[in-house]
Design a protein around this ligand. Sequence first.
Ligand code: GCO
Ligand code: MG
Length: 403
Amino acid sequence: MKITDARVVVTSPGRNYATLVVETSDGLVGVGDATLNGRELAVATYLRDHVCPLLVGRDPARIEDTWQYLYKGAYWRRGPVAMTAIAAVDTALWDIKGKTAGLPVYELLGGASRDGVMVYGHADGRDVPELLDSVAEYLQLGYKAVRIQAAVPGMAKTYGVSTGDGQVYEPANAHLPEEGSWESSTYLDFAPTVFEAVRERFGFAVHLLHDVHHRLTPIEAARLGKALEPYRPFWIEDATPAEDQSAFRVIRAHTTTPLAVGEVLTSIWDVQTLITERLIDYVRTSVAHTGGISHLRKLYALGELYGVRSGAHGAGDLSPVAHAAALHLDLTIPNFGIQEYMGHRDPAAEVFRSSYTFTDGYMHPGNAPGLGVEFDEAAAARFPYQPRYLPVNRRLDGTVHDW
Ligand code: GCO
Ligand code: MG
């Protein structure tokens, strides 16, 4: 069997998604998610101009060899654009391998290690009462774990809080990035009161997660971790900017609150110190941005050695193809922790027909051969790409801060 065609489709059914479609001489089709939110066309170009021509004529069964060929062959290593492009190829080849074998991908990865994958949903509120209502809705749906984000008083916009007009909470603007505002001191006083209110109303049986989105200094993050200890968070995420691995030594020295990081990290080398020095508890690297199933599986195996569990990024800007791939891997690894699940807005389901299921807080990838997601190119053509930017964040004095 040979690869006969590889093409990238960028479509916007609710938000932008880039999808790699790989066809074989046996008539099989594999898909991979190539979406890098706000920089979609960079990955599309990387694939179209530099990778697709190399794929045609290759044996789709040689997944690891193709991974190494694209990674080492480029000479320029790592980085979100290259690693998302390689991830898309890798994922599509696993999809094809599953379809060739007539098996769901998780069976090829060693089979299920659990019955279902615990996922967490995103509760949010423009104030604490609204957040409490949002948490109640998730619990009603059966979620066992909920991420809680509330608007920080005095800030024009807070990350993770929807504007209430049906827009996803990461407002993407067509012309210029939207601007949010931030002051760490206000946030640090406010965050524990949010946890206190949620625990008071719902008790301790539900897992509570919180995303700091890279905004604190190491000692501020340490203070937050300590302040939240009585409320026993499942984790605090991205407490400091992720690229500074040594920051986590400071946070770790001060608090037992579990730490998660990694959604912007793209390789096993980016988390080497974090894992081998046991500086974190959950690693958030994703199938979509971290070189695909093949590379993420190695990264998780490293985590297993050091007691670090998975907690993969699964925001709505990772397509249903990436979500399916994540579920297959989550189902198999011994050190699974939790999987983020934000869902996808309509009309994404018209373009991506997925066979994964949600029951009582747990997801399953389904038993269709391959990944179990069909990509409808005719439907995709109805939703053309729309230029969009993620927001920029400023401190109250105007200084650009991490968003
Ligand atoms: C999360 C993430 C997302 C990112 C988004 C960027 O934890 O879900 O932080 O919300 O901001 O994926 O494109
Ligand atoms: Mg995050």
